[in-house]
Unconditional design. Sequence first.
Length: 353
Amino acid sequence: MKALVLSGGTGTRMRPLSYSIPKQLVPVGGEPVLAHVLARIRDLGVRDVAIVVGEHGRQIRQAIGDGSAWHMQVTYFQQDRPRGLGHAVQVARGFLGDDDFVMYLGDNVLTGDLTSIAAAFQRTGAAAHLVVRQVVDPRPFGVADVAADGRVRGLVEKPLVPASDLAVVGVYFLTRAVHEAIEAIPSSSRGELELTDALQWLVDSGADVRASELQGYWQDIGHIADLLACNRYLLGRQRGQASGYVDPSSTVDPQAIIAAGAKVLRSHVYGATFIGPNTVVEDSTIGPYTTIGAGCLVRSARIDGSIVMDDVRIVDPGHLDGAVIGRRAFIGRADQGSAHRLIVGADARVEIA
């Protein structure tokens, strides 16, 4: 089995963050979203992986490289613009050949068991096997109507009146039959080749399309709130380790990770947190569920429930809570006076207490 990872989306709902970094590279639980995806694919025993990239392709290539860090071989395909999941499959058609493959959306983080679903896919010989999950409101997702025996009776993308509460998770086990289906369908009203339409074509053609319900955590990273929720969940599952330096006047929670090269000086780190390599935390309080990237300086700050990316400087900002701060940013008080001095780009959001 091969794997196809889709990382070509523009992330418009996460601007301005996604102007400079693809959402697949934003860290949650101390690692980029895409690193979690590749780890799950590795757990399936898949070693031959294609990643479809878009406008941020160069950054993704630099971050992932040849895939050797995950003991896999990664091939990249460039998509000129988002044209739907079906089009992404077409882009990688030569790589996929006639092999079975798992298609994984690169902005999905999940911890549930996929190996048993992969085994069921191979055992039944179905043309496609979907991963679904019960949700309170399925309208923002693709929705599957699934019979008691696991056979899919119908699929609709973002229905106003859902036929079930089963959302299609961004992991699909597919055979070569999907290529014929994609060629047979027209573009949607959005001008995209929708994988949901191709799967419905298979159902209408009498092909065996099945679904299994995921047991465990799943987060589709579409909004800033999703990032923070996912970061909170993953940090809550980690085991603490202090590989960096913690001075005698500081306290560090047993569930915190202090990476090698990091320094915690005259500070207090509470709860499940991650402080990246070569970051310095001075005279500060870092609260639970905060990820701080590599090469940062945090001085005289209180930070709770936030994501701080690499090479950020935070100096005497007051209290930050639920913040997401992009790479190389500076957050701090003005040198003099009581006014706020802001240098803010397009689509930014600033909230001042």
